[in-house]
Design a protein around this ligand. Structure first.
Ligand code: NAG
Ligand code: NAG
Ligand code: NAG
Ligand code: NAG
Ligand code: NAG
Ligand code: NAG
Ligand code: NAG
Ligand code: NAG
Ligand code: NAG
Length: 587
């Protein structure tokens, strides 16, 4: 009974635990689970696909030949608690052109053996470029490739820096997989030479849509034997970093990277503490199912992140994520918080502090950020003032009703953060208003004395930034994100020692974006939905059969291009795969 009540623990990936203290029993089961899975794959009639992939749109590239630079190859074996792998980075020097339209990070991964999924990060000069999870290996070997558009880090990429890659792995006789990663950057010259990077959208609130002139790391300083992320271990833990910005800044955006692990890997399934206590449950992570990352600047709350529920490649059942991996698992989303309204508070040439905390957190959250700063080339000093800041704590309404193991737990939450401030630069006196508006609902139902668990969650995450000139021209960037998640776990004792376990998962990432300027509108819409099922039958501790399937529908509609892909897999074989560039609607 306890087994089915805690499917999350049993099937969790636990990939960060090296020498875990409290969850050893679960790790043991998870390890068994994996080796059985692999032996079943070996005897399958369909050879498993060795290349794992995440469904995503292609990167829009110019028609020029890229200058490509191989940066680093490293075998990550005994790397847990060790320094990251380093390489010296120098900007392209022998490339015929020095002006690039697009810069792409390409990461190739390979592994063979048995191993947990592992989180890793890539940093350039302490600025995080990629947060990612490995694919899980098999004894015959697997590989995967990630491509990420890193053009927004342009200014950083034009300077000498230290590149760092941290992937904490550990290898022993039962976990044999070493992760072999290689990293290459591709620089695509502009189609029209002698023209530096320029965004497609011109606008009258000048400078608002280009890339930043300076990117400051809000991460842990080297040297250290770990990743450069901060580790948030509980609900009162706060991690911070001092920084200085040049006094001629006129815009700033904080890009936040977030991932959740161990007791909070599946935070959206965590039960209320009173339920755990009343049923004497052990090794069951609690604090309920609501989490928010809070970002503060000199003690003021400047933004919040209600993160997308990335499920790593070992999450719930590794079968679900092979060969099609979970949304965002190879390239975790980062979240932008507009800091421009606060510039007036930090343009004094002194040091200021960004801090991160996570409401209700359990060990452990990995968080860091990059501060993108735009500089006024025509002045040495800009000035500004924060006019208004409205940020009340979230309104969280938990309801729980249970008798013994059966119960229903509801949480709804909402909050908004709005800041307004002006900055005077050679671009004029621009007033910026940034609004985050978020709401959340989560319903967990436990039935059949713990043999049935369902989770239904929705996060709505809206961000808007309005920049206004006195002449009344306005530039705006608005993003509407919606993250639905639905989980179903059912354990059935079928008699004669047989039992079955069903896992169904629906996971969606939807985002509509609109950028308005006097000159035009740039808009895009993304609908990305995954649907996965696993049925496993066991006799006692012995697996009798497992079958699984994943279905994904991806539709991106943009002003510049559209892309769709529908793909279905069963038991590691692709059954249906269709992609194209038709739009689903007129943008
Ligand atoms: C960057 O590094 C290269 C190679 O080490 C060196 O030749 C160059 O002088 C450096 N540039 C700067 C600005 O430090
Ligand atoms: C890059 O573009 C700038 C103007 O945007 C131009 O002055 C410069 O010559 C270009 N550099 C190269 C190497 O083409
Ligand atoms: C929990 O433990 C307490 C103390 O050992 C015991 O009195 C109680 O009956 C237990 N409750 C359940 C639901 O097992
Ligand atoms: C709590 O659950 C019980 C059993 O499902 C139900 O009868 C009762 O109405 C519920 N109470 C509330 C306040 O929802
Ligand atoms: C987000 O924006 C959409 C579209 O305008 C709106 O329907 C939704 O209510 C908003 N949600 C929140 C939490 O503000
Ligand atoms: C979020 O807010 C919108 C508008 O207030 C409301 O329609 C919607 O039901 C809310 N959604 C959730 C998940 O609470
Ligand atoms: C779970 O998925 C299976 C396979 O698609 C389906 O037959 C079943 O109805 C699903 N159950 C629920 C409750 O979604
Ligand atoms: C998947 O595997 C199960 C159990 O081995 C088998 O019954 C089923 O036919 C397989 N499906 C496909 C499409 O190969
Ligand atoms: C892709 O799947 C979605 C959802 O199942 C469906 O609405 C759409 O028509 C499919 N598109 C294509 C091109 O098959």
């Amino acid at each position: 009974m306890a087994l089915s009540l805690l499917p999350f623990l049993l099937l969790s990936s636990l990939f960060l635990l090296n020498q875990p203290l409290s969850t050893t029993a679960n790790i043991h089961r998870a390890t068994n689970f994996r080796s059985e899975l692999i032996s079943e794959r070996k005897t399958s009639t369909n050879p498993p696909l060795t290349t794992k992939f995440e469904v995503t749109k292609p990167i829009k590239l110019p028609k020029t030949k890229p200058c490509s630079y191989f940066l680093l190859q490293h075998d990550f074996g005994f790397t847990y608690g060790q320094p990251p792998a380093f390489a010296n980075y120098t900007p392209p020097s022998n490339c015929p052109s020095q002006n690039f339209t697009t810069i792409v990070l390409e990461l190739k991964g390979k592994s063979k053996g048995i191993q947990y999924d592992r989180i890793f990060g890539v940093w350039l000069g302490g600025v995080e470029l990629l947060r990612s999870c490995t694919a899980e290996p098999t004894p015959t070997g697997i590989d995967w490739t990630i491509k990420k558009d890193i053009t927004r880090y342009y200014s950083l990429l034009m300077t000498n820096q230290t590149l760092a890659v941290y992937l904490g792995n550990s290898v022993d006789s039962s976990r044999t997989g070493v992760y072999d990663l290689s990293l290459t950057f591709h620089f695509y010259p502009a189609e029209v030479p002698h023209k530096s990077y320029e965004p497609k959208l011109g606008n009258s609130v000048s400078g608002y849509s280009s890339v930043a002139d300076l990117i400051l790391p809000i991460s842990r300083n080297l040297p250290l034997n770990d990743g450069l992320w901060f580790q948030i271990q509980n609900s009162i833990d706060k991690q911070s970093k001092m920084f200085n910005i040049p006094q001629n800044a006129y815009r700033a955006v904080l890009e936040v990277y977030v991932s959740f692990h161990e007791s909070d890997e599946f935070w959206y399934t965590n039960f209320p503490n009173e339920y755990i206590a009343a049923n004497n449950l052990t090794n069951t992570p609690g604090n309920g199912a609501f989490r928010e990352v809070v970002v503060s600047l000199d003690g003021m709350t400047v933004g919040a992140v209600w993160p997308f529920t990335v499920i790593y490649t070992g999450g719930f059942s590794p079968l679900l994520w092979s060969p099609i991996t979970g949304i965002g698992s190879f390239n975790l989303p980062s979240y932008d918080i507009e800091i421009t309204p606060f510039l007036g508070k930090i343009l004094d040439g002194k040091s200021h502090e960004f801090a991160f905390s996570v409401t209700n957190a359990l060990n452990v959250w990995y968080i860091d950020a990059n501060l993108h700063v735009w500089l006024d080339k025509k002045s040495v000093k800009t000035e500004g003032q924060l006019l208004r800041l409205n940020s009340l704590p979230p309104v969280v309404t938990p309801e729980s009703n249970f008798t013994d193991l059966n119960g229903k737990f509801l949480i709804s939450a909402s909050r908004s953060i709005s800041s307004t401030g002006w900055v005077r630069s050679s671009h004029g006196k621009i007033t910026t208003n940034s609004i985050q508006s978020l709401n959340y609902s989560n319903i967990i139902v436990v039935g059949s004395d713990g043999d049935l668990t369902t989770v239904n969650q929705i996060i709505n995450f809206n961000d808007s930034v309005y920049a206004m000139l006195p002449s009344s021209s306005t530039y705006s960037i608005r993003s509407f994100k919606r993250f639905p998640l639905s989980l179903y776990f059912r354990y059935v004792d079928q008699g004669n020692g047989f039992n079955s376990f069903v896992t169904n998962i629906t996971l969606g990432f939807n985002e509509e974006k609109v950028k308005d300027a006097d000159i035009g509108v740039l808009a895009s819409s993304l609908k990305n939905l995954q649907d996965g099922h696993v049925v496993s039958v066991a006799k006692g501790n012995l697996q009798v059969s497992r079958l699984w399937s994943t279905k994904q529908a991806y539709q991106y509609d943009g002003t510049e291009f559209c892309y769709f892909r529908n793909v279905t897999s069963t038991n590691d074989t692709i059954l249906y795969d269709k992609e194209g560039n038709t739009c689903s609607k007129k943008i």
